[in-house]
Design a protein around this ligand. Structure first.
Ligand code: C2E
Ligand code: MG
Ligand code: MG
Ligand code: MG
Length: 279
């Protein structure tokens, strides 16, 4: 199988098909054209500060509608990574996210737009240059964009990917560890890397209080507090969960309890509605 010997080695598109099921092979055929056929778009899920009750961020989440059917990112993102289609698709995501960040900046709202970046993108030689090039046409400060990288990236010892994260951070972009607690990263990584935020994975909260007492969530929140890192909880669906997190000083919440991921139009309406109910 294609091994990553050289830095600039290109994996042939066909090679990526080796271990792919018939169903996914079918999907891949269509994914190659999804961009040009305008089948891809973003939804945005609000992140709420539970004290101010304001939207403080939104996470950009990719959607793919093919023949009137929605295909889950959990299914197509791994395929896009395997075939490196995530590079052009990721560029589309960046462009759309930057557009929204510019909207927020120009309308005097300080809402951060979070973008998921896959390890494949981070290991690609030109991500940093791509980000800087796409950013050029906009005026918003870089802190309006947050990059979410998964914890698993940290344990792979991919120094070049880590360097890109550090460079982005140096340029003022915010960096968050996504799905924290699922990747078995040792705690020392948290000290080594300059993250603004940790997102607790939904798994540590989804069964609270039925079959989970929240002890792991509490542990992660305390760890973040001690390291002075902001903590975000995702996948919050119930009032019980919300109260539990508030009680333990986790103040930024993302989940169906507040809102599902929304189209841009619905997002603007949601932000407007929330600001009215705050006054
Ligand atoms: P993620 O980054 O951890 O995103 C959070 C996922 O949790 C989203 O799933 C979101 O819809 C879902 N979620 C949020 N609140 C709740 C809740 O209260 N209950 C439940 N059950 N789910 C909730 P989604 O949109 O299906 O995305 C799945 C994964 O696909 C993302 O996980 C991310 O890893 C990946 N992904 C999505 N968009 C992109 C993208 O533009 N680029 C990359 N590289 N990956 C992406
Ligand atoms: Mg994410
Ligand atoms: Mg996550
Ligand atoms: Mg996840």
């Amino acid at each position: 199988h294609a091994k990553n010997n050289g830095k600039n080695q290109i994996v042939k598109y066909e090679d990526a098909f080796e271990s792919i099921s018939a169903e996914n092979y079918e999907l891949l055929k269509h994914m190659r054209f999804a961009l040009e056929q305008n089948e891809l778009y973003l939804h945005f899920q609000p992140q709420i500060n539970v004290h101010s009750k304001h939207v403080v961020g939104v996470e950009a989440l990719l959607r793919w509608k093919h023949n009137d059917q929605l295909i889950s990112p959990a299914q197509f993102i791994p395929l896009a990574e395997q075939t490196r289609l995530i590079i052009p698709i990721g560029e589309f995501v960046l462009k759309e996210a930057f557009k929204l960040a510019e909207d927020f900046y120009k309308s005097n709202t300080s809402i951060v737009v979070a973008v998921n970046i896959s390890a494949v993108q981070l290991k690609w030689d030109f991500l940093f240059a791509q980000v800087m090039r796409l950013k050029q046409v906009y005026t918003f400060p870089n802190a309006f964009i947050e990059f979410e990288v998964t914890e698993s990236l940290l344990i792979t010892n991919e120094d070049e990917a880590i360097d890109v994260i550090k460079e982005l951070k140096r340029m003022g972009f915010l960096i968050t560890i996504d799905d924290f607690g699922t990747g078995y990263a040792s705690l020392s990584y948290l000290k080594r890397f300059p993250f603004e935020r940790i997102k607790i994975d939904r798994n540590f909260i989804k069964d609270y209080p039925q079959t989970d007492d929240g002890s792991i969530a509490k542990l992660i929140i305390n760890l973040a507090k001690n390291l002075n890192i902001e903590i975000v909880a995702e996948g919050i669906e119930t009032l019980d969960q919300l109260e539990f997190l508030k009680q333990h000083d986790c103040n930024i919440i993302q989940g169906f309890y507040f809102s599902k991921p929304l189209s841009k139009e619905d997002l603007f309406a949601y932000i407007h509605k929330l600001s009215l109910s705050n006054t």
